[in-house]
Write a new protein. Structure first.
Length: 267
């Protein structure tokens, strides 16, 4: 039955990613926390395991996404090159920081992050600044480092952070989204490797894991989310954009609120 829940989680994350235009990390992490808790995994490893597994699944979905955007000329590879090393360094550092944070506190941090993202989705929009020149390569590298660190801690592909930065940097929205999709690959790859590495000596992990990555969960979620993302993308072209944005914001409010309350012991 555990595998069925993984497939359901992956399908839900895939539809959400295709429907709302963002990575499924902010959906996958809370759902995995609930699943692992229901199956009585050791409480102290649940949040780390959810984040590491989420990042591993994003490796697969980001490859699919960046391929699609690249076919449409939507990726500014020179910007990606300036940010990529920073994204990798930041993601590895973020995995190390997360490893030092107690599981319940990490759950609270992720809950707060989801709530902040929900408020952004509900009340703020990304502002394009296409008239301005791109910032220096050093600024792009520094932004990549910060984005990679935060994304690794939260178990996300970083689109909610990368797209606003690229808009500010002077890229139009379509190129911002496409380049952000490409940036998700080094974030997820380095983050997943980091969580697998830092979790390798943890004694009470359940069977079937490599560090903080649950292998069967990674496989089931990746396959299901990859398949169902196309369904979400089709729906996105039918439903109004503003309604989609607000629906995703409400979804994050629920997920973030539950994680926050659970982390502080209210639930």
């Amino acid at each position: 039955m555990l595998y069925v829940w993984f497939v359901i989680a992956g399908a839900f994350a895939g539809v959400s990613a295709g429907l709302f235009g963002v990575g499924g990390g902010m959906i996958i992490v809370p759902v995995l926390v609930w699943i692992f808790t229901a199956y009585n995994f050791p409480p102290e490893v649940i949040t780390h395991l959810a984040i590491g597994t989420s990042l591993a699944t994003i490796v697969v979905t980001s490859i699919s996404s960046l391929t699609a955007h690249n076919k449409r000329g939507g990726i500014r590879w020179e910007v990606w090159r300036h940010m990529a090393l920073g994204l990798v360094i930041g993601s590895l550092v973020g995995a190390g920081i997360a490893d030092m944070i107690e599981g319940q506190m990490l759950q609270i941090i992720i809950g707060i992050g989801a709530l902040l993202m929900a408020l952004k989705m509900l009340f703020f929009s990304n502002q394009e600044s296409v008239e301005k020149p791109l910032p220096p390569a050093s600024v792009q590298f520094g932004a990549g480092t910060g984005i990679g660190m935060a994304s690794s801690i939260f178990g996300i592909g970083g689109g909610s952070l990368t797209v606003p930065f690229l808009n500010w940097a002077g890229l139009p929205m379509k190129q911002s989204v496409g380049t952000s999709a490409a940036c998700g690959l080094p974030i997820a790859l380095a983050g997943a490797v980091g969580f697998a590495w830092f979790g390798q000596d943890v004694a009470n992990l359940p069977e079937g894991t490599i560090g903080f990555v649950h292998i069967s969960g990674f496989l089931c979620i990746s396959v299901a989310s990859f398949a169902m993302a196309k369904v979400g993308a089709k729906l996105a072209h039918v439903l109004p954009a503003l309604m989609l944005k607000r629906a995703f914001g409400l979804l994050l409010l629920v997920a973030g609120g539950q994680l926050l309350l659970s982390g502080i012991g209210v639930l």
